[in-house]
Write a protein that binds this ligand. Structure first.
Ligand code: PMP
Length: 354
């Protein structure tokens, strides 16, 4: 730390992103990226837009936001495009949390929530998940705090049904409920359809996973016009050109290619079922995931040991050191051949231990 670093950030523990090795030698199943390339339409639109990079991007993202809004059955001013969904989540902490409006979220969830809370000096409480890693809906009824719920949750992959989320939203009419649907396209139930009923509901989604655009950084928030206006106040006070031209164009292109996204999601869902069954046959406990990853622990090797043994053999998965998580690994669902490599590598590790 330099002697110039502001005291208000001195105690901040930043988020630790998953490893992004640059040598490309790994079967990379650690950051929930898509194994498929972006849609050819997205690539073509981005390439065309590259010739206009001397100009700033449209701060309103009008063309893309209108296209997305019509896809979601919303109006243009009910969505806000951001630099990944991480940005809209940070904006939500800035806009809807403070000393009088503390944040609340599960103890096991997306690791960025406590970081955003600390960054913005927001007091927060973590509500423990049940022993089986599910959310107890009753814990969130009438809590009167700004609620953040990843649905499906990470790193568990478990999802709440829409009716349960609606109960939470309905019982907290004076607090914003942020539903982070980063993984919803792999079998979750979206709450976007509830936005016209509840002025306290903000849904966030991303183009990083189901739309194969993690490297482009595109996410969005959807909510009533007033919530979106507040979030725009934050955006225009931080970075008006938050989405760059090539990303905006690529986002438009992929929305023109919904069939491609749907087919890829179907393949991931199929590969998830295949991987879940195969891991269970190899002595793993695997949670019932609705996301593009599975959370699994073996009865014959510890989580950290499996992570290291896989890495030594060229397969990268995600391991968390926290007490409740340390027996598990979070494994991204990739292509069928990546999953076969994972499984044969696990079999080889088990053989070596015999
Ligand atoms: N929410 C959850 C639950 C996530 O796991 C992630 C991915 N790390 C994000 C949001 C943010 O993703 P992105 O910024 O790429 O949209």
């Amino acid at each position: 730390m330099s002697r110039f670093f502001s005291e208000k950030y001195a105690a901040l523990t930043p988020y630790t992103p998953g490893e992004q090795p640059t040598d490309n030698e790994y079967v990379k199943l650690n950051t929930n990226e898509s194994p498929f390339p972006p849609s050819p339409k997205a690539i073509a639109c981005a390439a065309e837009e590259a010739a206009r990079l001397e100009l700033y991007s449209d701060p309103t993202c009008r063309k893309l936001a209108e296209r997305l809004a019509s896809h979601l059955g919303l109006d243009f001013d009910e969505v806000l495009m951001t630099n990944g969904s991480d940005e809209i989540l940070n904006f939500a902490f800035m806009a809807f949390c403070d000393r009088d409006h503390p944040a609340v979220f599960p103890d096991i969830t997306y690791g960025f929530y406590p970081v955003f809370a600390e960054l913005n000096s927001v007091p927060y409480a973590e509500i423990p998940l049940k022993a089986d890693f599910t959310v107890d809906v009753n814990d969130y009824l009438g809590v009167g705090k700004t609620i953040f719920l990843a649905n499906p949750n990470a790193p568990t992959g478990l999802a709440l049904c829409r009716d349960d989320v609606e109960k939470i939203v309905k019982s907290n009419p004076n607090s914003v409920v942020v539903v982070d649907e980063a993984y919803v396209d792999f079998g979750g139930e979206s709450c976007i359809g509830l936005i016209h009923q509840y002025d306290n509901l903000l849904v966030t989604q991303t183009f990083s996973k189901s739309r194969s655009m993690a490297g482009a950084r595109l996410g969005f928030g959807a909510g009533c016009k007033e919530l979106i206006r507040d979030l725009n106040t934050i955006k225009y006070s931080t970075n008006p050109y938050n989405v760059n031209r090539m990303t905006m164009a690529a986002g438009y292109g992929v929305l023109e290619d919904e069939g491609y996204t749907r087919e890829n999601c179907a393949v991931i869902i199929e590969n998830r079922a295949y991987t879940t069954d195969a891991l269970r046959a190899l002595g793993f406990t695997v949670l019932d995931s609705r996301a593009n990853f599975v959370f699994a622990k073996a009865d014959w090797i510890g989580g950290g040991d499996l992570y290291r043994a896989l890495k030594d053999r060229g397969v990268l998965v995600r391991h968390f050191e926290r007490e409740r998580l340390k027996d598990y690994n979070r494994i991204t669902i990739g292509s069928r051949s990546q999953m076969e490599t994972l499984l044969t590598t696990i079999e080889a590790i088990r053989e070596d231990l015999k």
